[in-house]
Design a binder for this molecule. Structure first.
Ligand SMILES: NC(=O)c1ccc[n+]([C@@H]2O[C@H](COP(=O)([O-])OP(=O)(O)OC[C@H]3O[C@@H](n4cnc5c(N)ncnc54)[C@H](OP(=O)(O)O)[C@@H]3O)[C@@H](O)[C@H]2O)c1
Length: 245
């Protein structure tokens, strides 16, 4: 049975992704920065018939919490097949390039960028023990420099200086990570779930968590011929789902 860790999975897109992965027969570590919240969610899922989901405490900004989560998965599984770096925050609102403080921008980077790096580096040796390791970093269309500099893009006027920059940085990091792991059976990609109705945007997004999760899974649970170092977006309306960087 393949084992997956997904961060920020106690609600919204991460939770729905956990449900769909469980239905596909994977063992899911449902990451939650509050263990109590995660366990409550897992209890409710078990009552609805979802199997092989276990809550695990992981705050991506807390090295001690990451290391404890790694030790638990190492002791219980000895390896990790799939890491989905999903936890993310928007940060202060509004957030402008002109006025947002460095402190507020750093806070967003701590979760969306440095958090992903910390979790990825901590779990890399467990992922290397898998026959088909996958790392999916959850990004945003706002991280695409090509799209959000294009006045004709449908979300051109949606600007978030801290959030967008953190996702662009995540994209850049992922390209390098995929490159460094290219001789191993890794697939390392960034995936934009699309503008989705969640707590994140006060449920203003047009997309559903079901569509977001199935898109993430489609580009994560892949075979050995699948691309690595790619940017997929659920908001790109063609069958490839490939987004410009
Ligand atoms: N919704 C969209 O339209 C959209 C579009 C593009 C990309 N995305 C990306 O998709 C991902 C999920 O978004 P969402 O809409 O599901 O967001 P959400 O509803 O705000 O949920 C975010 C999740 O991340 C967790 N989290 C936040 N900070 C964390 C930390 N330091 N450590 C661990 N977990 C943390 C939250 O935990 P708590 O419950 O403890 O707060 C929650 O479980 C994010 O990376 C987001 O940037 C979303």
């Amino acid at each position: 049975m393949q084992t997956v860790l997904i961060t920020g999975a106690n609600r919204s897109i991460g939770l729905e992704t956990s449900k769909q992965l469980s239905q596909k027969g994977l063992f899911v570590y449902l990451g939650s920065r509050s263990l109590a919240k995660g366990e409550e969610v897992v209890k409710e899922l078990a009552e609805k018939g979802f199997q092989n989901i276990k809550a695990i405490e992981i705050d991506v900004t807390n090295p001690d919490s990451i290391s404890k989560a790694k030790n638990i998965i190492e002791n219980e599984q000895g390896k990790l097949d799939i890491l989905i770096n999903n936890a993310g925050i928007l940060g202060v609102n509004p957030q402008t390039a002109v006025e947002t403080s460095v402190k507020d921008i750093q806070e967003v980077f701590d979760t969306n960028f440095f958090g992903v790096i910390s979790v990825t580096q901590a779990f890399l040796d467990l992922l290397k023990k898998s026959d088909s390791p996958r790392i999916s970093n959850i990004t945003s269309g706002l991280g695409s420099l090509t799209l959000h500099s294009d006045p004709n893009w449908k979300y051109y006027h949606v600007k978030a200086a801290a959030y967008g920059s953190s996702k662009s940085a995540l994209n850049a990091y992922t390209i390098v990570l995929a490159y460094e792991l290219r001789e191993l059976p890794f697939k390392v990609n960034v995936i934009d779930p699309g503008y989705t109705a969640t707590d994140f945007n006060h449920h203003s997004g047009p997309g559903s968590v079901e569509s977001a999760a199935s898109f993430i899974i489609k580009h994560t649970v892949t075979d050995e011929n699948a691309p690595t170092g790619q940017f997929y977006s659920n908001d790109i309306e063609d069958e490839t789902g490939i987004s410009p960087w």
